[in-house]
Design a protein around this ligand. Structure first.
Ligand SMILES: Nc1ncnc2c1ncn2[C@@H]1O[C@H](COP(=O)(O)OP(=O)(O)O)[C@@H](O)[C@H]1O
Ligand SMILES: [Mg+2]
Length: 421
């Protein structure tokens, strides 16, 4: 029967089915596999199988150095890793380099008779190359790399059909590489933009604090020169407050910056709450906020990271202090160890509460409704620390309709050591 496609003329129907199946699988990989390296390995496996090759490699073009390097090398023998580490081909060097330079597929039955044969790769990998098929990878005229098939199984040259199939595969591989690079580039641009935005927000916040500090420093100077103790007494708490805000900012940035394993020690729960509340008491008194602390049901010891949990409590208290009304503000801190030994710490307030639609977003880093008065780091850091402990942070409504944040640490994550009284 006469074939419309001459290069398929000698292909048996079994072979044709194998080819179509392989193409079909590669198409599916392209749609399903998002990791480029995995995708390329799978496609190369298919290449190797469909053309009955002993080995198969993918060389990528490095435009900066104007040469090719091995990205994937699949073979049954030899040190393929050495290829990847050590060999780079100049354009025109070896059969792969020549295919890249000429932008043409090259099919060689016996490499030894080919004058451009580059034998260093064989010396390095102890591979005995006989036949080789090299197909350039291009995207809109731009060189991407070269596909290489080595040694047709059973001897002889790769067939015309092998060459055409590889050219189809090469088009798909080029598109996949170009797409993955574009996605990576966009992601990098987005990340950079997000970092820029975050840095701008944090700098603005820090600058506000520093402006406040330098104002109080000037007044403290004047007070010192005039021996005006009253002025010093008024200014000093302001200075302390700003320095506390600055250290909070730095601590939050550090806590946020990388994953951390909690450094657990045996802690007295009541003492832990007392420490956090004491740090905040002065500010709450200044703001005339009523503070109710109940730790009567939290007698006992837990194994947690005291610095981490202290940081969480300071952030929750600071948010509660920001949220309460100017008059009649009220904040509750309630800790309890439940009968099943779960530790719960609640920080609640009588502010406006967190709207339902914002409950997830407020945990995102840099999300703040406080403009230059907020960093949006507090809750991101708090939920991160709690997560790293293996606990959860719940957001609910307080009894007055304000916000209630509940830290829940189940017994298996704080491994309580029962106090023997
Ligand atoms: N107690 C609260 N009551 C109402 N809204 C809150 C409360 N705590 C946090 N929020 C909301 O969550 C946002 C993020 O909080 P946070 O991460 O601590 O950042 P920041 O306090 O710097 O704004 C706040 O801007 C606010 O909108
Ligand atoms: Mg906050």
């Amino acid at each position: 029967m006469h074939s419309e496609t001459p290069w398929l003329g000698g292909v048996s129907s079994d072979e044709l089915r194998r080819i179509v199946d392989a193409l079909y699988r590669v198409h599916r990989f392209l749609a399903a596999i998002t990791d480029l390296d995995t995708l390329l390995e799978r496609v190369m496996e298919e290449n190797k199988a469909v053309a009955s090759a002993e080995a198969c490699s993918l060389l990528l073009y490095d435009p900066q150095r104007n040469d090719l390097y091995f990205h994937v090398a699949l073979g049954e023998r030899g040190d393929q890793q050495a290829l990847k580490r050590q060999i780079r081909l100049k354009l025109g060097q070896g059969i792969g380099g020549l295919a890249a330079e000429k932008r043409q597929s090259i099919n060689v039955e016996d490499v030894r008779s080919f004058e451009s044969w580059y034998r260093t790769a064989d010396d390095l990998t102890q591979f005995d190359t006989k036949s080789l098929l090299a197909v350039p990878l291009e995207d809109h005229g731009t060189l991407i790399g070269v596909l290489e098939l080595v040694n047709k199984q059973g001897g002889g040259a790769f067939t015309e059909a092998d060459l055409r199939i590889m050219e189809i595969f090469a088009t798909m591989v080029s598109t996949a590489i170009v797409n993955a690079r574009l996605i990576e580039k966009n992601m990098r641009a987005e990340r950079l933009a997000a970092i820029g935005e975050a840095v701008a927000g944090l700098s603005h916040y820090a600058k506000n604090i520093l402006t406040g500090m330098s104002g109080t420093v000037d007044l403290i100077d004047q007070g010192l020169r005039a021996g005006n103790i009253e002025m010093l007494q008024r200014m000093w708490p302001l200075y302390r407050r700003n320095s506390f805000r600055l250290s909070t900012l730095v601590e939050d940035m550090l806590a946020f910056s990388k994953p951390r394993e909690p450094v657990r020690t045996r802690c007295d729960v009541q003492q832990l709450i007392r420490d956090a509340v004491e740090t905040f008491e002065e500010l709450l008194i200044q703001k005339k906020v009523e503070l109710v602390v109940d730790t009567s049901q939290a007698q006992g010891y837990v194994s947690i990271d005291p610095n981490g949990i202290h940081r969480c409590l300071l952030n929750l208290l600071s948010n509660a202090a920001d949220a309460v009304p100017k008059e009649g503000g009220k904040v509750w801190v309630i800790a309890r160890i439940l009968p099943d030994e779960t530790l719960q710490i609640e920080v609640a307030d009588n502010g406006p509460g967190v709207p339902e639609e914002l409950r997830e977003r407020i945990l995102e880093p840099f999300f703040s409704t406080k403009g230059s008065q907020g960093t949006g780091l507090g809750l991101a850091v708090t939920s991160k620390i709690i997560r790293e402990h293996g606990g959860t942070l719940n957001i609910e409504k307080s009894q007055t309709g304000g916000a209630l944040f509940r830290i829940v640490l189940p017994p298996e994550v704080h491994k309580p050591v029962k106090e023997v009284l």
